[in-house]
Design a protein around this ligand. Structure first.
Ligand code: FAD
Ligand code: NAP
Length: 535
């Protein structure tokens, strides 16, 4: 059986950087990747309109100054092909491919108590052994396709946004049904609508979306950031979401100023575009009354854009803004003014069936040639729990997390020695610029592995006390916010039967401080042992 120091599952931004770092320690590593190439999210999500919604000059690695100086983003928000090209560039530049095994899905991983090692088994039945197992499987990589009655009876074409065909899809002249109105739907609907003869959008919950304000990046803009990239990155990392902006850091409550002044601030952020809209005031994610001022501002924009008042009313969300992830769009709401686009409300009357020729809602049949499932992901835990992971005493991760994920810092889990999760539940992950969070986790894990090696430890495992206290802390922070007030994927509410637990942690800077403190105290909250201690 092949033996490595580190086995890494996934070759997205997390797995690629993890490989680079452990190689830097002189360790051997093997990355297993289900896809045929690097890039993860950007390898799989090739739907029309896919692009990042964190600005490209931020949504990129910062670990190598040469890399960030030599790479040039062309737009404020890069397209999926450009981000995939960047991922491939990184793989080539750091010569990563030799240690990545593509087209290989990890099916199982078992902790071998006697050898202090993980045995990793692929779907082809091959096995290897590794001292450490790092899960870089992605928070949004396990596609969720609801089990509508008759789903497999449809005779037309079906697509999931997160598994889009590499050759692309031309919807010209077709009747298309899009199920879902989250970020993926909101990016793709305007483009599909421009191609299709007829588009039906099946909406269960209306989404808040702000304009992207996308545009080409000028040489001057790029130069200004590159001239002091470190300071730019440092400023961004002080923000709760690790996303900076040219906008001022909020200092006041939305309720503490005159309504006209408040609307002027919202208007300026709306014009600037993008996610920093939600950073206008300090209390938008904490106070329902403050939140409603932002929500009402967006609802008014929707009513002003969409001509048919009934359609505008359906598109205007009633929930807390930011409770589900804020969407960023280019021309989404205006798309519903097109004569070939119909919004179908499935909030009260769900899609009852998928038939051979389309979708059925109540007593109406929608005949279509293609169905697009923009139905999202089994987020944060889906990819991890689809692997048969067995830790100490043969305990399965699925059982350990039966009532919801339990971790210490989102990095380690009781009962699973030498097992790390990058952007795991209980860490800021999806509430941040994810590349920043990924780099922070990768560096923490590789520093930890180096510490173990240099101090003669064979294994590390989170302690029950530290984990219990951390889970309580994550829940306490969540309860302090408005996040638990709606049925989001952050809570697992989009997947039937999934435990309802708020999985990410709000607040990047205090989290980083805590991780650094834990490391400085010799990995406090983790049990470290030598082989002779263990058995
Ligand atoms: P991924 O990119 O998801 O990579 C995980 C990899 O692991 C995948 O390639 C998968 O095939 C592989 N894998 C999983 N299980 C197995 C297994 N059992 N065996 C082998 N391989 C396996 N975040 C932002 O911060 N800003 C954005 O603008 C943004 N836009 C996004 C747009 C879309 C459409 C989506 C879906 C997500 C977006 N995200 C964004 C989140 C995005 O997922 C992260 O930014 C980042 O790309 C995650 O990198 P990763 O390496 O952790 O995971
Ligand atoms: P999503 O936000 O989970 O949206 C899924 C949509 O499908 C929701 O509208 C959901 O409705 C609907 N849906 C699910 N099951 C349904 C059912 N049985 N019947 C009817 N409708 C159903 O998924 P996503 O759009 O793929 O986005 C996931 C995350 O990926 C985003 O939140 C974001 O973090 C990231 N992303 C980012 C970008 C970007 O702009 N850079 C683009 C895409 C994705 P309900 O709301 O009622 O559940």
């Amino acid at each position: 059986m092949a033996e490595f120091d580190v086995a890494i599952v996934g070759a997205g931004f997390a797995g690629m950087y993890m490989l680079h770092r452990v190689r830097g320690l002189g360790l051997t590593a093997r990355v297993f990747e289900a896809g045929s190439g690097v890039g993860g999210t950007w390898y799989w999500n090739r739907y029309p309109g896919a692009r990042c919604d964190v600005e490209s000059m931020q949504y990129s690695y910062q670990f190598s100054d040469e890399l960030q100086q030599e790479w040039n983003w062309t737009e404020r928000y890069a397209t999926q092909p450009e981000i995939l090209e960047y991922a491939n560039h990184v793989a080539d530049r750091f010569d990563l491919r030799g240690d990545i095994q593509f087209d290989t899905r990890v099916a199982a991983a078992t902790w071998d108590e006697k050898g202090d090692r993980w045995t990793v088994r692929t779907d082809a039945g091959d096995e290897c052994s590794a001292r450490f197992l790092v899960m870089a499987t992605g928070c949004l990589s396990s596609a969720n396709t609801p089990d509508f009655p008759g789903r497999d009876s449809f005779e037309g074409a079906t697509y999931h946004t997160g598994r889009w065909p590499h050759e692309g899809v031309d919807f010209t002249g077709q009747r298309v049904g899009v199920i879902g109105t989250g970020s993926s739907a909101i990016q793709s609907i305007p483009i599909i609508a421009a191609q299709a003869a007829q588009l039906y959008v099946f909406q269960r919950t209306a989404s808040y979306s702000v304009p992207a304000g996308n545009r080409p990046l000028s040489d001057d803009e790029i130069r200004a950031v590159k001239d002091d990239y470190d300071a730019f990155r440092a400023f961004n990392s002080l923000m709760p979401t690790a996303i900076g902006s040219k906008q001022p850091i909020p200092e006041v409550s939305a309720l503490g100023i005159a309504p006209e002044e408040r609307d002027r601030i919202y208007e300026a952020r709306w014009e600037e575009g993008g996610l920093p809209f939600l950073g206008a005031f300090i209390d938008l994610l904490f106070s329902p009354e403050a939140n409603d001022t932002a929500a009402e501002f967006v609802r008014a924009k929707i009513r002003a854009t969409v001509h048919d008042p009934k359609v505008a009313d359906l598109l205007a969300p009633k929930t807390v803004i930011g409770c589900k992830r804020l969407c960023v769009d280019t021309g989404y709401f205006a798309t519903f003014n097109r004569p070939n686009v119909e919004l179908v409300d499935v909030s009260e009357t769900p899609i009852s069936e998928i038939t051979a020729h389309g979708l059925r809602v109540a007593d109406r049949d929608f005949e279509v040639d293609a169905i697009v499932f923009a139905t999202g992901f089994d987020a944060m835990t889906g990819a991890l729990l689809s692997i048969d992971i067995r830790g100490r005493d043969g305990r399965q991760l699925r059982d350990a997390w039966e009532a919801g994920p339990r971790t210490y810092l989102g990095l380690g889990t009781v009962g699973f020695p030498n097992f790390f999760t990058i952007s795991g539940p209980g860490s800021p992950s999806v509430l941040t610029n994810m590349i920043v969070s990924i780099e922070q986790h990768v560096e923490w894990i590789s520093d930890c592995i180096e510490y173990l090696r240099d101090n003669g430890f064979e294994r590390i495992e989170a302690t029950p006390d530290a984990q219990d206290a951390w889970v309580d802390h994550v829940n306490m922070i969540a309860d302090f916010t408005l996040f638990p007030s709606c049925n989001s994927w952050y809570l697992g509410a989009n997947v039937p039967g999934k435990p309802r637990v708020f999985m990410p942690l709000l607040g990047f800077p205090p989290y980083v401080e805590k991780c650094n403190e834990v490391a400085a105290k010799g990995y406090e909250g983790f049990a470290l042992s030598t082989a002779s201690d263990g058995h």
